[in-house]
Design a protein around this ligand. Structure first.
Ligand code: NAD
Length: 350
């Protein structure tokens, strides 16, 4: 089957998943296989109807094509979205049924965990197919928790963005971090070790308190974090942190954080540019996690993951420089670059 989304180039291939006995109701969307198998996690979420689940799958699959291409991974973009059954359900039966659906695609789609799914679910999927990552890490090989890699990628990107915008290192720079979960806290620790000053906010006061004790961070209320006077704002909670009102209130020169889909609408990129704020595009800087997942699938080592994650810094710099010289918002430059990379196979690029 095929469908159309807003940014994408070709119509999208998708497979509807339905197994009443196992509680499976969802979709696998395949946006691009030009660079290799379509890779992207499996989301389990409550959707009011199948149309919303499908729309989310198409949007997310498209996003994965851009992220994977930008990270120079030999993968296209795909995503699975499963509707969470109401009430109690048998997770093992659900994910084994999903695994059978993945297997039927013969490696055109590679899955992993995403919002609402975890390592134990991927172990169930792995009983039915080998086209799965995000499993328990094996000694010497890539795998396991992707968050530290995501944090490292954002940190490397931030170093370059600050050097580009202020001509300085991160030492002595103030960074406000919204959301100090797995990635935000990891990023804050790297920043503290580099001598940056931290301002943090999270809906979880305990997380803030623990991190403040460890790093000396200053805690502020959530609604105050974006207008703190700082050099950098790092959105590391949920998507949509940057809307017109937030951008108008920002008192930073750089925005660089881990959250997916930070811009509430594409026009926000224009508003950031108009205010002279250097925005490091989210999918460029937060690719560390998918780099780790891809390496696990390809049986690569942690050293290979590290080498790819360290490329995120110079890549961010290249995008910010090109955006400045062409007077374009950085996400526009990044999208064009990713679209070019989607047209070349990995062999052509080597
Ligand atoms: P997490 O759940 O560990 O942390 C999210 C944090 O945000 C939590 O501490 C939570 O309390 C806080 N939070 C939630 N809503 C908030 C709000 N409205 N205001 C302030 N704080 C709020 O998640 P994570 O793995 O650290 O991921 C953070 C972001 O980075 C997400 O957007 C995720 O999609 C993105 N991301 C994560 C990875 C990864 O490897 N984990 C990879 C790429 C992108």
């Amino acid at each position: 089957m095929v469908a159309q989304t807003h940014r994408m180039m070709p119509p999208m291939e998708y497979v509807r998943l339905f197994d009443e006995k196992a509680g499976l109701d969802g979709v696998i969307a395949i946006h691009s296989t030009a660079r290799g198998p379509a890779a992207g996690g499996c989301r389990l979420w409550s959707y009011p109807d199948s149309e919303e689940a499908m729309a989310d799958a198409f949007r997310l699959a498209e996003g994965m094509s851009y992220k994977n291409a930008m990270a120079r991974l030999p993968f296209g973009g795909g995503k699975a979205v499963l509707r969470r059954p109401a009430g109690e359900f048998d997770r093992r039966a659900l994910f084994e049924a999903f695994g059978r659906a993945v297997e039927k695609l013969n490696g055109r789609y590679v899955t992993a965990e995403d919002v609402g799914t975890g390592v134990s679910d991927m172990e169930c999927v792995a009983r039915q197919t080998t086209h799965v990552a995000g499993r328990t890490a094996l000694p010497g090989l890539a795998g396991g928790d992707p968050s530290p890699w995501t944090a490292l990628g954002v940190f490397e990107a931030m170093k370059e963005a600050v050097a580009f915008r202020f001509g300085s290192s991160l030492s002595g720079v103030t960074v406000s971090v919204l959301g100090v979960g797995n990635v935000g806290a990891g990023l804050a620790r790297l920043l503290a070790a580099e001598g940056a000053r931290l301002v943090i906010a999270d809906i979880d006061p305990l997380r803030c308190a623990r991190l403040a004790e460890e790093t000396g961070a200053h805690i502020v209320p959530i609604d105050a974090v974006a207008d703190v006077e700082a050099q950098v704002f790092a959105p590391c909670a949920l998507g949509g942190a940057l809307d017109d009102a937030t951008v108008a209130a920002l008192r930073t020169g750089v925005v660089c954080g881990a959250a997916n889909n930070q811009l509430a609408s594409p026009q926000v990129a224009q508003a950031l540019m108009a205010r002279g704020i250097s925005y490091a595009p989210d999918y460029v800087v937060n690719a560390g996690g998918i780099i780790n997942v891809a390496a696990e699938y390809l049986s690569e080592s942690a050293d290979q993951v590290r080498a790819r994650v360290l490329e995120i810094g110079p890549r961010t710099r290249e995008i910010l420089e090109a955006a400045a010289s062409d007077a374009l918002p950085p996400p526009v430059v990044a999208d064009r670059m990713a679209e070019g990379l989607m047209k070349c196979s990995e062999k052509e690029l080597a």
